[in-house]
Design a protein around this ligand. Structure first.
Ligand SMILES: [Zn+2]
Length: 419
């Protein structure tokens, strides 16, 4: 029996329990803004991990970090991320052993590279408290439904299935494996990001368990996400009696929005979308203030530099208006590097060994993988279970593919390191 078939058989025997576990995790609401709820989700995952002897910590809790103390939030009122070491500790990985036992290699004198591989996901969902009771977990025709089932509790279940198999000696990863689950990914991970970055910096590469593309493929690029805020200050005046004394902030803002829109470049994948506007006080008053929030997506850091440079040069059209521009790249673009292509090659091989073709694609959405990629660490993302409807009521996941996806991930951790 091939190794792929062996792993598939192992995980198929675990599939029933995995569906039950998925149901339990979907039953725990974990909205980003609710630190206690995300803490309950973290504690549930930690309990699974500690039952198999994995070392679990919640960064920021202090005191050695061990235990299930997920309660209590971080700055911003969000929960704590979870970090777990799965399987052998650093220095004891199979990869390290292989590097040492390679006489005659040109780099034989260099220390063995036993940096871990990171499995990356998040504990939070976009759904409010009470959603799991309103739309309880259910399985129908091979699909599981429920809030957060696709984004990304099924991905967490796959990680836990693999963690259990590593602990039982059924899977032998080439490198130590670290699981990192952010607490606030759905709002861009402002609180988890420093912890994620410090873990990611010591990792060789990152495998993201976020939802896959709709065709089941991995995500090899992500657009950078920019947030642009325009604030115009005008002068209020009666619109009928002395309009000439006023400066209309809404008119000024409208012109500025079109100027920002002109920075769009479809050929380079740069999109500009004014998503929120507000302004004015009454219909018959020349508007004294108006603001706009604009979403910008870019494929490369160079494109963001171009857009940002143009934003800095915006000036009010009306001499009496004041224009304030804020621009921030909340998620850097994840560019498909040769290292990412090499990771994809290994992933395709692992997928073929467990019986499916792994596709590939990019996405306009940013995620934690973007933060890791920005540090120069290769990221292969979107390795979660097939499904669709992320952030939508129709969200669902191919629950009958849990075993195959777990076998795929396990095999990927085992096969020859592409980097
Ligand atoms: Zn997600």
């Amino acid at each position: 029996m091939s190794r792929g078939a062996e792993l598939l058989r192992h995980f198929e025997a675990q599939a029933g329990g995995a569906v039950d576990l998925l149901g339990r995790l979907v039953g725990i609401d974990s909205p980003t803004s609710d630190a206690a709820a995300v803490g309950r989700m973290g504690a549930a995952v930690a309990a699974e991990l500690m039952a198999i002897g994995a070392r679990v910590s919640f960064p920021g809790t202090g005191g050695g970090g061990a235990g299930v103390d997920a309660a209590g939030g971080m700055a911003g009122g969000v929960g704590r991320p979870l970090v777990a070491a799965l399987g052998p500790g650093p220095g004891a990985g199979a990869g390290a052993a292989a590097a040492v036992a390679a006489p005659g290699r040109p780099d034989a004198a260099t220390p063995p590279d036993d940096r871990p591989v990171m499995l990356l996901g998040h504990l939070d969902t976009v759904w409010p408290a009470g959603e799991a009771a309103r739309r309880p977990f259910r399985v129908e025709g091979g699909f599981a439904h429920g809030p957060g089932v696709f984004d990304m509790k099924a991905g967490i279940v796959v990680a836990l299935m693999v963690a259990r198999a590593i602990a039982a000696g059924r899977v032998r990863p080439r490198r130590p494996v670290v699981l990192f689950l952010s607490a606030d990914e759905e709002t861009g991970s402002p609180a988890s990001r420093p912890h994620l970055e410090s873990e990611a910096r010591r990792c060789r590469f990152v495998l993201g368990l976020e939802p896959c593309n709709t065709d089941g493929g991995a995500k090899t690029s992500r657009k950078g996400v920019g947030r642009v805020h325009l604030a115009v200050t005008g002068v209020a005046a009666h619109a009928g009696i002395d309009p000439a004394r006023g400066v209309n902030a809404i008119e000024e803002l409208a012109a500025q929005i079109l100027a920002v829109k002109a920075l769009e470049d479809a050929d380079r994948g740069t999109t500009v979308h004014a998503g929120l506007v507000s302004g004015g006080v009454a219909k018959n008053v020349v508007a004294p203030a108006a603001t706009a929030a604009i979403d910008v997506r870019v494929g490369t850091p160079e494109e963001w530099s171009r857009v940002e440079g143009s934003l800095r040069r915006l000036r009010p059209r009306h001499p009496g208006a004041r224009l304030d521009v804020e621009a921030a790249l909340t998620h850097p673009p994840m560019v498909r590097t040769s290292a990412i292509a090499a990771l994809l090659g290994s992933a395709r091989r692992a997928a073929a060994e467990v019986g499916f073709d792994l596709g590939e694609g990019g996405t306009g959405g940013g995620s934690d993988g973007s933060h890791c990629a920005a540090l120069g660490i290769p990221v292969l993302d979107g390795l979660g279970v097939e499904g669709d409807g992320a952030h939508a009521l129709a969200e669902r996941v191919r629950v009958d593919h849990l075993a195959q996806r777990a076998a795929f991930l396990a095999r990927l951790l085992e096969i020859e390191d592409p980097l």
